[in-house]
Design a protein around this ligand. Structure first.
Ligand SMILES: C[S@@+](CC[C@H](N)C(=O)[O-])C[C@H]1O[C@@H](n2cnc3c(N)ncnc32)[C@H](O)[C@@H]1O
Length: 277
């Protein structure tokens, strides 16, 4: 591929994100209903932390059910603070006392359309802490090459358009070296070296995944523009970089692991270096 064609796409990829992720909205709303989110918010608007306390959830689980409920129009954020309130849509179509309520039926509608898999996976993820229920991305070392290749192709398509925009950020005017941590098939590395040839970029991932990065960089003719490094990010990071970029990494891990990674980065970065999330 000619890297002069490596431009920010002229159409945003939201439509395809919606296509892929909208199917998770219904089971998420069903689980939120089961947990009593909408009844609580009918009493009074709450912040995400208050929802977590009221429903005995982690902050991350509360953020997920509130975020999906807001994105689908059932909640709105109050303009004067960070509290979320029920929308009219939720009062009419979700609350059990409404004659038009679907609330009780959300779980059944999800089951009828998608079987129990999505519902069970989301229930498990929301109720049992902050670890992902299907942790493929945090256990790539355990996957076979065919599965790694399929996962990385999806992640590459998912990340490259955003990577192209990220590489244009003025922040990259200020840095000379970047470590792409958990680089996968190198969408961010490819975007940065293509758009910012002056920046020295190293992409780090577990050894089972590095061939995916090599293949993608070769496909773009960028194989000589970045260094690939096999390693375990939890075992320490190489020194000598002005910035560490974690693309689609922190949301995969529990909070304690994210703290460990931040500390590992802090110890390895040059003075004044930055962690980019
Ligand atoms: C969700 S993917 C993100 C890939 C890429 N950064 C992107 O945005 O498309 C998570 C990546 O973290 C990598 N990873 C998981 N555990 C790791 C570890 N201990 N050390 C280095 N990389 C790891 C996985 O192999 C995978 O490529």
């Amino acid at each position: 591929m000619n890297t002069t064609n490596f431009q920010i796409p002229s159409i945003q990829d939201r439509f395809i994100y919606d296509l892929i992720y909208n199917c998770l909205a219904l089971p998420t709303l069903a689980v939120a209903y089961e947990l009593g989110l909408y009844d609580r918010l009918a009493e009074t608007p709450l912040t995400i932390e208050e929802v977590a306390t009221a429903l005995s959830l982690t902050d991350r689980a509360a953020e997920a059910i509130v975020g999906v409920s807001a994105a689908t129009g059932f909640l709105h954020r109050k303009s004067d603070d960070d509290r979320f309130a029920l929308s009219e849509q939720a009062r009419i179509y979700i609350l059990p006392e409404s004659p038009f309520s679907y609330g009780e039926s959300l779980g059944y509608a999800s089951f009828v359309n998608m079987g129990s898999f999505a519902l069970d996976a989301i229930r498990k993820a929301v109720k049992h802490g902050s670890r992902p229920s299907d942790p493929k991305a945090i256990a790539t070392q355990m996957l076979d090459q065919k599965e790694i290749s399929r996962l990385m192709r999806l992640l590459h398509a998912h990340t490259l358009p955003a990577g192209m925009a990220i590489a244009e950020h003025p922040y990259f005017d200020e840095i000379e070296s970047l470590l792409d941590v958990g680089a996968g098939s190198c969408p961010i590395t490819a975007a940065v070296v293509a758009r910012r040839p002056g920046i020295r970029v190293t992409a780090l991932d577990v050894d089972a995944v590095c061939p995916q990065g090599e293949e993608m960089l070769r496909r773009y003719g960028l194989e000589d523009c970045a260094t690939l490094l096999a390693g375990d990010m939890f075992a320490g990071l190489p020194t000598g970089f002005g910035a560490h970029l974690y693309s689609n990494i922190f949301h995969d891990w529990d909070v304690e692991s994210c703290r460990r990674l931040a500390k590992i980065s802090f110890d390895a970065l040059e003075p004044g270096g930055r962690i980019l999330l």
